[in-house]
Design a binder for this molecule. Structure first.
Ligand code: NAD
Ligand code: ZN
Length: 401
């Protein structure tokens, strides 16, 4: 079939009309503070982008975990809408929705989002605003993406991981049939607003583990950023505000750059270049029965893949020690006993993670390793004996300074 021709007749006289068009996507990712101060116009400017003169109706969902940590926050949202009327309007009182992975596990919560969109008359010119962690953004984002085939969705991420990684992208999903992110879409949001004030109510564990994604993207894309992380690791571990904001912003920018300029925003190929360390991470989360959270698992995955890169001869020896030092200074562990949990054949079940990683995208196995600090390299084969060597090295790092 001759693809470039608009119309082609092949030998069997079939007539093929190639349909072809492209749709440009653009959305702002804003970094700000205290966006629900009555005087802040960050959100109202975002809502007014397309139709400045009208009243913008909004359906607001708030992560229940955030409200437990900051109970007065729902009042602040109400007050902001009152202060900014008549340009903005709440379709109904802000809706509290279950936070954390549980929202993605039970289809009832997705249904709750759809029902609210229906009941409160949200159309394609109104807004669904999700304020919460990556799980809430994923579940509400899916509801917004499929209701009326897509209503405008504003994301307000409230965890480190959702501000520096998951929230700035184009995907959403819930889990189905025991498979993570089985049901989802690619749906670029109307806008993303990262407000660093939200981070102060996060438990230390959540706030630290999200930094692993910054170490990850620095290692594969930006040596200078890695060196900055090395120099500022103490400030980051103390949650010094400017350092934390810089870490979030640079990490988010590098993720945005991959989506816009990596050539595959909707992941149709076999590679996910930013998933460095993630073949281990995804498997470890399951093997540890989610005792290890995503960021913590990514830290271990990074450490293993950096050591593997050295053992396989891609990366100069010594680099892995620098990476391990940064992760340890953040208080992240480099080993977990579940890494050695035996599978049905007696060997570590972790090794099956490689095939599962390949299956998720389909096609050939593609794993990102390092050829230098700041420079990733894609490989299509991982040697099991070297993985086992790397695992022993990680185990030896426990307790070692
Ligand atoms: N769509 C994507 O591209 C993408 C990419 C990576 C990860 N994800 C998804 O993101 C999810 C993980 O997101 P996460 O790391 O943000 O965790 P999370 O959403 O599970 O939130 C962690 C916990 O923090 C609570 N919380 C949220 N904000 C808070 C705040 N400011 N103060 C106090 N508590 C708060 C939540 O209620 C929850 O209990 C996973 O489901 C993952 O699959 C999506
Ligand atoms: Zn990740």
């Amino acid at each position: 079939m001759n693809k470039p021709d608009a119309i082609a007749a092949d030998a069997t006289e079939n007539v093929v009309h190639w349909q072809r068009f492209s749709v440009p996507y653009e959305y702002p990712v804003i970094f700000s503070r205290d966006i629900f101060s009555p005087f802040s116009s960050v959100l109202s400017d975002v809502l007014a982008r397309a139709e400045p003169a009208k009243t913008h109706r909004c359906l607001v969902f708030i992560d229940g975990g955030l409200l437990t940590a900051a109970p007065s926050f729902a009042d602040r949202v109400r007050q902001w809408f009152n202060a900014n009327a008549p340009h903005v309007e709440l379709a109904v009182e802000p809706i509290t929705i279950l936070g954390g992975e549980a929202i993605k596990q039970d289809p009832a919560h997705f249904e709750e989002v759809q029902s609210a969109i229906h009941r409160h008359g949200i159309d394609r010119h109104s807004y669904v605003i999700a304020i919460g962690g990556g799980a809430v953004l994923d579940a509400v984002g899916l509801g917004a993406a499929v209701a009326h085939r897509g209503v405008r969705h504003v994301r307000v991420p409230t965890t480190v991981l959702s501000q520096n990684d998951s929230g700035v992208g184009v995907k959403n999903a819930v889990n189905l049939k025991g498979i993570k992110n089985f049901t989802g879409t690619f749906a670029p949001p109307w806008a993303v607003i990262n407000d660093s004030d939200f981070l102060s109510s996060l438990p230390r564990r959540e706030r630290i583990s999200g930094i692993a994604e910054a170490v990850k993207v620095a290692l594969i894309r930006d040596r200078k950023f890695f060196e900055w992380l090395e120099e500022n690791v103490g400030r980051l571990a103390e949650f010094e505000r400017e350092a934390e904001e810089h870490m979030v912003r640079r990490c988010a920018q590098l993720h945005m750059d991959q989506i816009a300029n990596g050539g595959d925003p909707f992941e149709r190929g076999s590679a996910r270049p930013l998933d460095f360390g993630h073949w281990v991470a995804h498997k470890l989360e399951i093997l540890s029965e989610h005792e290890v959270n995503h960021g913590e698992a990514v830290a271990i995955g990074i450490a293993l893949d950096v050591r593997y890169s050295v053992l396989a001869g891609f990366l100069r020896a010594g680099a892995e020690k620098r990476v391990a030092a940064v992760l340890k200074q953040l208080g992240l562990r480099l080993f977990h006993p579940a890494l050695l949990k035996p599978g049905p054949d007696g060997r570590p079940a972790l090794l099956a993670g490689l095939d599962e990683f390949r299956q998720h995208l389909g096609g050939e196995l593609t794993v990102t390793l390092l050829e230098d600090l700041g420079r990733g390299i894609e490989v299509h084969e991982i040697k099991e004996d070297l993985v086992l060597d790397a695992l022993r090295w990680l185990e030896g790092q426990e307790g070692a300074q």
